[in-house]
Design a protein around this ligand. Sequence first.
Ligand SMILES: NC(=O)N[C@@H](CC(=O)O)C(=O)O
Length: 426
Amino acid sequence: MSGFYRLSGGRILDPSCGRDEVGDLFVADGRFVDPASLPAETSWEWIDASGRIVAPGLIDAHVHLREPGEPQKETIASGTHAAAAGGFTAVVAMPNTRPPADQPNTIGWIRERAREHGIVRVYPTGCLSEGRKGEKLAPLASLRAAGVVALTDDGSCIQDAGLMRRVMEYAAMLDLPILEHCEASSVSAGGVAHEGYWSTVLGLRGWPSLAEEIIVSRDILLAELTGARLHCQHLSSAGSVRLVREAKRRGVRVTAEVTPHHLALTDEALADYDTSFKMNPPLGSEADREALREGIVDGTIDFIASDHAPHCSFEKEVEFDRAPFGVVGLETMLAVAAETLVKTKLLDWPGLVARLSTIPARILGVPGGSLAAGAPADLAVIDPNLQWTVNPEAFLSRSRNTPFAGWEVQGRVMLTMVGGKIVWRL
Ligand SMILES: NC(=O)N[C@@H](CC(=O)O)C(=O)O
């Protein structure tokens, strides 16, 4: 049951209207309210938020919940608990499940399961192509009718430019964004590490930035032609940032995201062949990291998304070449983003909250990202000063594959509320 809460004395940040003030925020019957609209004798449960930030619930546009099909890595229950602990009140679920989410009945199953076992909002996505094989269109209109918020083959990328053009035409007609995993597979061709100094020194097969940039540029041209809403996932290269910046200047409908690990790390981290640093796309060079930080600050890159990709330890504890790509991120995203962007003074807290909540909500067309009276009470209370050490053993996620184990970080979510219900409290 959601009750009547008074979050008192916090720094209330609402980037949707530029609000930044110390005060009290009221929640009644699952929604933000103006207390003047309620009887004076209303009794509130007080939550002390002094010294803390009260923000709209964070929204992660890129999460692998692994259901259906791989509950040993994550489930909708465990993944949404991890999300709540990270301050997220909504996650967008990727369709590279088993089976892939390319049919309306699978979307129905995910939504049903999320209603029963999810503790934050789960927005499913549907595949662009049948089985994510890049050969034949998935039933896009039926997927939309089944309730997907976006279309994506994440984990792979349609290589055939003609098919991609058709996909974009349909997506434009259906007014659904395309979340593109930008990878020309003939160029990445079995690579496991960014092609550069470190891949050479370590003897790892190189993955050139060009693999991403070719698809970013192809899709910008196709989006320009078709009017589709193109969103480039997990950008990793300086060249991609430049391409998106130029396209936005020309007025193309393109948006982009970056992950905390690409903002925080470089390929130098591979020196010990630790598979916790193996992900798709691979970590780039120092120049790439600089460009990504510049891009998220100047708005070329619109928001931050975790690309939470859980894998079992037995799968990761193998030779670098054989390990699966992917790292978890839900429980470390806020702190790592604060370390790399706020501590370095590249962004302030309102700027960071906008990129973790308000902007992804707007781009995906989902509710949230605001504290406006009347809206469902989805919020996160953040202690910006709390220092803690990342301990994968304490994760609520079923998986532990983080590149940030042992990191000393600052900034932690103390409480998460979804629709007026407390779903996480430290
Ligand atoms: N991002 C990743 O490194 N992994 C993703 C899929 C993918 O994008 O390869 C996963 O589902 O594990």
